[in-house]
Design a protein around this ligand. Structure first.
Ligand code: ZN
Length: 183
């Protein structure tokens, strides 16, 4: 099976791959279609931005993979364009680490709000499109090492104890030191 390393802002759609990624405040939405064994995963860094998404087709926005509001509709459309209905899809959601550094979260600290906004945006999308959420592990003060097998939808996930600084490094796309070791 092919191994794919997914960095922040990237996405993968395919069969027969084992996709590895490490999430800080970023969020991975994973879509799997059991019958065709097709799987898709994104690694979004930010919740949303204002850009037009025409209803009559699929637009590939600039730096699409960075923004959940851009990449999630693209992932869904990738299945629908293959004639796969939403009801057949299994959706999973991971990431969105939130650092509680002894200060109240309502103070709008970046490390807290980025992860929370990412998770809230993904959950709103899942609800709005009536998608079947079969697994999730979100929030908390830890990074996550994740392996997604596209053909059967299997997830292997490990929480990694992390400092705020490590999460910042991770969100900048530089990876946590042990994030690329196998399980
Ligand atoms: Zn867009």
């Amino acid at each position: 099976m092919e191994t794919v390393w997914l960095d922040p802002g990237e996405l993968f759609i395919g069969v027969g791959a084992e996709v590895h990624t490490v999430l800080g405040s970023c969020v991975s939405l994973i879509v799997h279609h059991p019958r065709s064994r097709l799987g898709a995963i994104c690694h979004g860094k930010r919740a949303s931005r204002s850009c037009e998404h025409p209803a009559g087709g699929v637009k590939v926005c600039r730096e699409m993979g960075d923004y959940l509001s851009c990449v999630m509709p693209f992932l869904l459309a990738s299945f629908e364009q293959r004639g796969i209905s939403r009801q057949e899809l299994e959706v999973k959601l991971f990431g969105g680490a939130m650092m509680f550094t002894g200060t109240a979260p309502h103070l709008d600290l970046p490390g807290f709000t980025v992860g929370k906004r990412n998770v809230d945006t993904a959950m709103s999308f899942i609800r709005a499109h009536h998608l079947h959420l079969t697994a999730s592990d979100v929030g908390g003060p830890w990074a996550r090492q994740l392996i997604f097998t596209t053909s059967n939808g299997e997830i292997r996930l490990r929480r990694i104890r992390s400092s705020a600084q490590e999460l910042d490094t991770l969100d900048a796309g530089q990876g946590i030191g042990n994030g690329r070791k196998p399980f």
